[in-house]
Design a protein around this ligand. Structure first.
Ligand SMILES: C[S@@+](CC[C@H](N)C(=O)[O-])C[C@H]1O[C@@H](n2cnc3c(N)ncnc32)[C@H](O)[C@@H]1O
Length: 284
């Protein structure tokens, strides 16, 4: 089998719906968290999801909660409503809620649920805030964000991956997951952000780099937050960046390490003449 045929065989292509979402999405709607059984029955009745899959989601939710990987109930709700299983390769559906990252083709990965929850919680997105994600990848992270706010922008550099993920979102929307309408997608080099859509209240970067891209910092609103993996290749730490505005209008950038671990992220690559080539690391 060729590389591209292998990718297609396991691809996260839009799935045929077993059922459309029976109850329209509402920001007031939250699944019960009193018991595993109550959660599963609610998800089957309201979201038309497979009980075996949502059982795995519940088990990961309890782990994340105990591990303090999300900060509050709103972030927990977003994890519970986001169908992570739709964003992994077909061969990985049974492992979609494992703690590890998975290969999604094109040499990149869907980040593990612990890192995704920790990073999302770091920017604690409020309803109505504008959020920019760099590195759409599988689409899972923006799905999580779309359960926190109705204004999400996401950029992916790899063209066929960006198109595949757009297809997954469109398929979900057609099946009644209307929250995915919040997500605006674009294929380009995310180093330069999405100026026309900015400024953003929050920015989340899901590929690793050795510095904070100045265009992203300038598209962050004063007092906005960014979360970004920073460090040498394969050894990033997850930084929270606060763009503080002083009373005199001057800007100060505060950074803190929010995850006491070194995490190897997919590199923050560059687009040169429409080809992905090299990274943004190194002297500028
Ligand atoms: C860890 S992976 C995917 C994470 C993703 N948020 C998810 O939920 O699956 C990081 C992604 O960043 C993308 N990426 C790398 N450099 C980029 C750039 N300059 N602009 C936009 N996306 C980039 C990669 O192609 C990859 O899809």
């Amino acid at each position: 089998m060729t590389g591209s045929a292998a990718i297609l065989a396991g691809a996260a292509l839009p799935r045929q719906a077993s059922a459309n979402v029976p109850v329209p999405y509402s920001w007031q709607q939250s699944p019960p968290t009193t018991s595993r059984e109550a959660f599963i029955s609610w998800m089957v009745a309201n979201r038309g999801e497979d009980p075996k899959i949502v059982a795995m989601r519940w088990d990961r939710y309890l782990f994340l909660k105990t591990n303090h990987d999300f900060v509050n109930d709103r972030n927990g709700r977003a994890f519970l409503l986001n169908p992570r299983d739709e964003f992994v390769m077909k061969r990985d559906i049974a492992r979609a809620y494992d703690r590890d990252f998975h290969d999604i083709g094109f040499g990149v990965t869907i980040s593990g649920p612990l890192v995704v929850s920790r990073m999302t919680s770091t920017i604690d997105v409020q309803f109505g805030e504008k959020v920019l994600e760099i590195g759409t990848g599988s689409g899972n992270q923006s799905g999580y964000l779309a359960n926190l706010t109705d204004k999400v922008w996401t950029i992916e550099i790899i063209k066929p991956l960006a198109e595949r993920t757009r297809g997954i979102y469109d398929n979900l929307i057609s099946r009644g997951y209307t929250e995915f309408k919040a997500i605006n997608t674009k294929q380009t080099d995310g180093y330069y952000g999405w100026e026309e859509a900015g400024p953003f209240d929050k920015i989340i970067v899901t590929c690793g780099i050795d510095h904070i891209p100045p265009p992203l910092l300038s598209q962050l609103r004063p007092n906005g937050l960014m979360v970004i993996p920073v460090g040498p290749p394969g050894a990033h730490v997850i930084l929270k960046i606060v763009k503080q505005q002083n009373p005199d209008g001057s800007i100060r950038v505060a950074r803190s390490n929010v995850y006491n671990k070194v995490v190897p992220f997919v590199p923050f690559t560059k687009l040169q003449d429409d080809v992905v080539k090299g990274t943004h690391d190194g002297p500028r």
